[in-house]
Design a protein around this ligand. Structure first.
Ligand code: 2U9
Length: 343
């Protein structure tokens, strides 16, 4: 009987392995596990055996029953799997996952963050202001009254709206209006940098865009001198462009500073020898700066006899173009993924 049981179990498992549909599986179940099935018959026949034999064979027969039941469960799972693969909603969990496209920051955002992080480390606060401004904050408070010739340097887009006393709004031409707002609300000392979009009404070419980004900065306190300006900005360019940078200041004019300077660094690509990027001069102009005009301080209520300050401004696109050797500013705003994924 023991031999028969083992044979029965092996035969049943062999048959089970060949079954390929539910109908075949049900026939198999009835044949071996059904009420009149082969294994059920064996179990029934145990009743007529002597006790010892019944115990031994009973245990074996029950084990065989468990094996066949497990076989049935896994075969039915196998058949369900077959059906799923064949069905339209097939979902193959063994397929590799779809790659998740990793985004990155726009190169201009990267440079803005780096510049702001450097000034933060030097004790400046980062603040942002409105892109649509009053004529007063963009021009008048900065020493550029109506009809002043300096307005030609900052031709802008006017908003078709006039407020009280005909004062007009415009798209800001620099982030400087925000420094005025900060000084109006804060007693000195002040140390802020203002990143953001600015607008100029001018034709677009490889080095000009109607919208670009600036980071401007302002420090006002008792006893601030040109030496503070030079030390701060020199440290800034060395942190951004490399430790061994040399710096050059040349006089220039901005209505809101006196004196005003253009700051250049020795070309970090050719080390001052002269190359395509620095136009063979060995120098790269990186920012403008100056001592805040006393009129500007007085207008916000700071006593220019007590307080002095320095201010600076830089075009972020220009910094990015220098850093990566990019020749056309328009590339930054065309949203061409082939360009953007390089940074
Ligand atoms: C206040 C007082 C003074 C900000 C300054 C410059 C010099 C400057 C240019 C750099 C390249 C503009 O983006 S750019 O075209 N800016 O050279 N900006 S001083 O001076 C201020 C600002 C605010 C209250």
């Amino acid at each position: 009987m023991a031999l028969n049981l083992r044979e029965l179990q092996e035969q049943a498992l062999r048959e089970l392995a060949d079954i390929s549909d539910n109908e075949g599986l049900e026939t198999w179940r009835v044949r071996y596990l059904g009420r009149k099935g082969a294994l059920t018959q064996v179990l029934r026949s145990l009743a007529s055996l002597p006790l010892e034999e019944r115990k031994a064979l009973g245990a074996e027969a029950n084990e065989a029953k468990v094996v066949l039941l497990q076989g049935h469960v896994s075969a039915s799972g196998r058949l369900r799997g077959n059906l799923t693969v064949l069905s339209k909603e097939a979902f193959d969990i063994t397929l590799p996952g779809r790659p998740f496209p990793l985004g990155r920051l726009h190169p201009i955002t990267q440079v803005i963050r780096e510049v702001c992080a450097i000034f933060s480390s030097l004790g400046f606060q980062v603040v942002e202001g409105p892109e649509v401004e009053w004529d007063y904050y963009n021009f008048e408070a900065l020493n550029i009254p109506p009809e002043h010739p300096a307005r030609d340097m900052f031709s802008t887009f006017w908003i078709d709206f006039a407020g009280e006393k005909g004062r007009r709004m415009l798209l800001r031409t620099h982030t400087s209006p925000m420094q005025i707002r900060v000084m109006e609300k804060t007693a000195p000392p002040v140390r802020v940098v203002v990143p953001g979009k600015v607008f100029r009404y001018e034709a677009t070419d490889a080095t000009h865009e109607a919208m670009f980004h600036q980071v401007e900065g302002l420090a006002v306190d008792r006893g601030i001198t040109m030496a503070d300006l030079k030390g701060t900005l020199f440290e800034f360019v060395r942190l951004l462009f490399g430790e061994d940078r040399k710096a050059r200041f040349r006089c220039t004019y901005f209505p809101f500073v006196e004196p005003g300077v253009d700051m250049a660094i020795d070309c970090f690509l050719c080390k001052g020898q002269g190359c395509r990027v620095c136009g063979n001069s060995g120098w790269l102009e990186v920012l403008g700066a100056g001592m805040v005009h006393p009129e500007v301080l007085d207008r916000v209520g700071y006593d220019s006899g007590v307080y002095s300050g320095f201010a600076f401004g830089m075009g972020v696109e220009r910094l990015a173009m220098l850093r990566w050797g990019i020749e056309d500013i328009r590339l930054f705003f065309q949203n061409d993924i082939r360009f953007l994924r390089q940074f």
